[in-house]
Design a protein around this ligand. Sequence first.
Ligand code: GDP
Ligand code: MG
Length: 618
Amino acid sequence: MSKNYKRTKPDYDVEEREFKEVRRKPSRPKKPNIQQTKNVITFLNNMTVADIAAELGIGNAEIMRKLMGLGVMTTINQAIDRETIELLGIEMGFTVEDEVVTDLARFEEMDFEDDPKDLVERPPIVTVMGHVDHGKTTLLDTIRNTRVAAGEAGGITQHIGAYQVEVKGEKITFIDTPGHAAFTEMRARGAQVTDVTIIVVAADDGVMPQTREAIDHAKSAKVPIIIAINKIDKPEANVEQIKTKLGEIGIIPEEWGGDVPFVQISALKGKGIDELLEVVLLVSQMEELKANPNRDGMGTVIEAKLDKGRGVVATVIISNGKLKVGDHIVCGTTYGKIRTMSDHTGKRLKEALPSQPVEITGLMEVPEAGDKFVTAKDEREARQAAEAREATRKEKATKPQKAVTLKGLFQQAAQEEKELNLIIKGDTQGTIEALKGSLEKINIEGFRVNIVRSGVGAITENDIILAQASEAIVIGYNVRPIATVRDIAKSSGVEIRLYSVIYNVIEDIEKAITGMLSPVYEEIITGQAVVREIFKNSKIGTIAGAYVTDGSIKRNSKVRVLRDGIVIYEGKLGSLRRFKDDVREVNQGYECGLNIDGYDDVKVDDIIEGFVDKEVER
Ligand code: GDP
Ligand code: MG
């Protein structure tokens, strides 16, 4: 819950007072500080009335009044979008220009745009995803072993995290670390390396949970999908069933009029691989992937390690430009001079071109997968930029991260982004469908609800990672996250909202969109306990012998009973005891006996979650 989103009362007062003052004395002589001194202002993200006023050297009230004239009601600290500022500029006689970032420490914000005439085609970068044991590794190995000519190093290809093959004279880069966890984690860190994804589905096993997850990830990253139906050599292969199942979730084969290519392969026997690679080329041609090979190199780290003999060894993929041995680079929060560069066959290279994966040595410290790099002009610039970035990283680590919250949505609505991403987890497919149906029907001008992922079951760590990567809010309907997942959500700034009434979900989302969200109460979870034993008592009913695993359970709090992450009962505690004594609270690490008012069906291994409703400031 970022502070920025709170409307702070004092500011409001100040602006009203100033505003009245200006109106009361319209003829008062202008003070020098309300003389507009500038006719150009630099646009920064999240610019507020106060920022604009400061830039122009005039009072806030003047800006507020002009905005009101344009029909925009705002507070001093609310971010104004660029379009509105431009309108204001026409009104007040100033123009808006972009900030020109020249500081290499902020290279992500720098303008690296190329002149279209310098752009040439670059090879596609492909990631392979899919359910465990469906054949991702086998596919990547088969392609590498049959397509990669052994290098001079010793006749065998080596694993550097990515490799490049040639098909009909065109190159394709494969990222050699299968799995959507890597893919999504990199994306959560702002690095989207993949151009095309191959989703492997085993014909003898069909569409499985991780198949769906992989599809969700690819869709949310807006990366084109190719379905490789694998293991067609097996007698129990059932290709039609996979097409039907995928069709049900919107992945419709081209032959059925859809836009997703399906290729049947046997990764083990090497069947269908040529066709698959040709389809990869076809799909990437439509993407018009281009880069400028004649500028300084930049790219992304795929993996990195510390090698005893060679020091820091990192595999990077060039996203643009040409990287050369001897270049100084800033990479994540480290830097270095490229000492050696080699490809996946161990062949030494002097330079690397767009989409090419190379292993480099020479960095001072081990970067993280997903870290980006750019070339600096010399060692001094690289070092200073890296040091500044490290300092910023430390500073950020101590502050909660910015992420989407429902409360922040209205402020955000004032800016460009007008899509609300949601991840929905629920207790039954029926409720999820009902929720999706109602949410997708929400029709408020300029807003779109986009359901990134939905599924039956508890809220998992994967949901949180996807939420962070796609800036989504997680909605739990009659399901709950376990404590560790809640902690991950908290530290990554992802908002989880829990409901048990569909109407409330719809209402909250609608209110958030129209900026009128006013949940007065927020649920505070005090702790969780796991039921270890059950005793039947003729007077009280069922008594659960429970162990508090997290936080504390309070006598006067509300509780819910979770079984496999699904809420099966919600109510009040009837009693809370330690040994024979009634107590007010039992803390983490202690055992207790408890009884739930009106509910006797508690079972061993159920989780009892205690919560209180706390009034929160808006
Ligand atoms: P991953 O978990 O997706 O990386 O799957 P693997 O590549 O490790 O493959 C899992 C198992 O399926 C291994 O025993 C492979 O030999 C086998 N396998 C992979 N592809 C095929 C195939 O096309 N046909 C058959 N029959 N088995 C395969
Ligand atoms: Mg594998």
